[in-house]
Design a protein around this ligand. Sequence first.
Ligand code: NAD
Length: 257
Amino acid sequence: MSLKGKTAIVTGSNSGIGLGVARELARAGAAVVLNSFTDREEDHALARDMAAEFGVEVRYIKADMSKGDECRALVEQAGACDILVNNAGIQHVAPLDEFPVEKWDAIIAINLSSAFHCTAAALPMMRKAGWGRVVNIASAHGLTASPYKSAYVAAKHGIVGMTKVVALETAKEPITANAICPGYVKTPLVEAQIPDTAKKYAMTEEEVIEKVILDRQPSKQFATVEQIGGTAVFLCSDAAEQITGTTISVDGGWTAL
Ligand code: NAD
């Protein structure tokens, strides 16, 4: 599978799943635009290292995905967008009647509205290029719910719905739109929660992984960022040309329960 000649923008890609997806797209030959809201030397170093490792062009562009104009500016500044991976996301956990309004607004903005703005800016470029792939990183929480995650579940269900609309609006064009729905993926964010949770419940770290974090994941294994990246590369392949407007779960059986 070669993505040579294609440019991929991955939002929120200086860590975790976004970085993993960007690496797999670069491995497949795509030029990559990395993004986050910071502008640190290490962000640019990440781009340089990835370019050297995979022999492709990699740029880092700072843009805050909580702001619509910055989302659109990211795509404009990239100058081309054959593959758009809407990945940036944050989480906050609280009962609905205590959920801080500013957290609700931030989650809806970053996890959902950014995908609207980036896709709106990218579609004309895809149409001009005569090819395009929109890959939205949703979640098992785009298909199911958990208590205390009202904003996250609403945003993820929202992005699954928007994926279908984009697919219908581009159905007769060589453009597809799909959502990947990961279960728990071992990213630094998730890993960092393990020791604290172990202390809180007086459990070993292994027990926390199996009984708390992976409670709803029947495989009792985390998905990896490489597996999410590989799924994104598959969605960009010729084999996936007729796959559009749907979700692919990478969740160890979570949504089969
Ligand atoms: P992460 O915290 O490692 O990555 C989030 C990325 O988004 C980071 O690069 C961060 O810098 C960026 N980001 C945050 N706010 C931003 C903003 N305002 N503007 C630009 N970038 C911003 O978390 P992750 O686990 O890799 O999550 C990535 C995506 O995958 C999210 O959409 C998340 O909901 C989804 N997801 C994660 C899991 C999991 O288990 N880790 C499971 C399902 C879905």
